[in-house]
Design a protein around this ligand. Structure first.
Ligand SMILES: Nc1ncnc2c1ncn2[C@@H]1O[C@H](COP(=O)(O)OP(=O)(O)OP(=O)(O)O)[C@@H](O)[C@H]1O
Length: 268
């Protein structure tokens, strides 16, 4: 057993919406430095789980711990401040603003100099602004979006907007980043690019990643560990290879029935 405590721990989390049970006693943990994925069929509870971690939803039962601290009662803003960052399934960019300004918004809560103190200590504010710009430029370079820096976000292709959204989430400098379907709606080339950015984000930038993604090829290719949800319950937790060969997962998620598979093999 590992002696280091996990970065994120989800303990017995249940979530209900009226009569709908979105999550039932889900347990898992994510270690620092992991690239961790949550998969499952439509409506399995993946986004609900991410929302319980980011603070958008409060679990009906169970607790969420971050760096050993119980964060279950914290608001999304409080969680963002202590290092839990996220992107959304549906894009949440300011369409009328430039790419650069959208990314700068992500750094707002890091600004020490607000309107008042900025006025009093102008030199300090300028220095701080410069440091922020430099950090943002690093992210822009990393995600290769320098050529669209001044473009209005709303005019960009879907794939590029997803990249800008990732840039904004990175700008907050989270300790863990929650990615809700980062490749949804992308073509093959865009998916390959995004997969590479996520791997580099994890390996080179040292960011812990929790990802929901429907593209099984990508998930199995880049994840260190995977959990599978079905009807709000966790049905598997393990290495990608274990998940791929797990019979329950095959039936639940991949739509492969063991008996059907045997029958098909017998016919072939
Ligand atoms: N705000 C909400 N109000 C009511 N029911 C909800 C709400 N959010 C989710 N649900 C329900 O909870 C269940 C889990 O939904 P969730 O969106 O978490 O699944 P998912 O695995 O992310 O699905 P998908 O892959 O389609 O995005 C579904 O039955 C869904 O209808």
């Amino acid at each position: 057993m590992s002696t280091t405590s996990p970065l994120l721990e989800v303990r017995d989390v249940s979530l209900g919406f009226g009569g709908v049970r979105a999550l039932t006693e889900v347990n898992f943990h994510v270690n620092k430095g992991e690239l961790f994925s949550i998969i499952g069929p439509n409506g399995a509870g993946k986004t609900s789980m991410l929302n319980c971690v980011s603070g958008r939803y409060k679990p009906t039962a169970g607790r969420v711990f971050f760096e050993g601290r119980d964060v279950t009662g914290m608001t999304p803003n409080q969680r963002a401040t202590i290092g839990i960052g996220r992107t959304f399934q549906n894009l949440a960019l300011f369409g009328h603003m430039s790419v650069l300004d959208n990314i700068m918004v992500g750094r707002h809560h890091l600004l020490k100099n607000n309107f008042l103190t900025g006025g009093l200590y102008w030199a300090g504010a300028q220095k701080e602004e410069l440091a922020h710009r430099r950090k943002v430029e690093d992210i822009i370079d990393f995600l290769e979006i320098a050529h669209i820096r001044k473009a209005t976000a709303g005019t960009l292709s879907y794939g590029l907007r997803k990249r800008v959204e990732l840039a904004r989430a990175m700008a907050v400098e989270p300790k863990i980043i929650l990615l809700d379907e980062p490749m949804a709606g992308m073509n093959l080339e865009e998916k390959e690019d995004m997969a590479r950015y996520i791997v580099d984000l994890n390996e080179e930038w040292g960011m812990t990643v929790v990802m929901i993604e429907h593209d099984m090829g990508v998930v199995m290719d880049i994840s260190h560990r995977v959990i599978v949800l079905e009807f709000g319950r966790k049905i598997a937790d393990g290495l990608p290879d274990d998940i791929m060969s797990n019979e329950r997962v095959k039936v639940a998620y991949l739509g492969v029935d063991e008996d059907e598979e045997k029958a098909a093999e017998a016919v072939a």
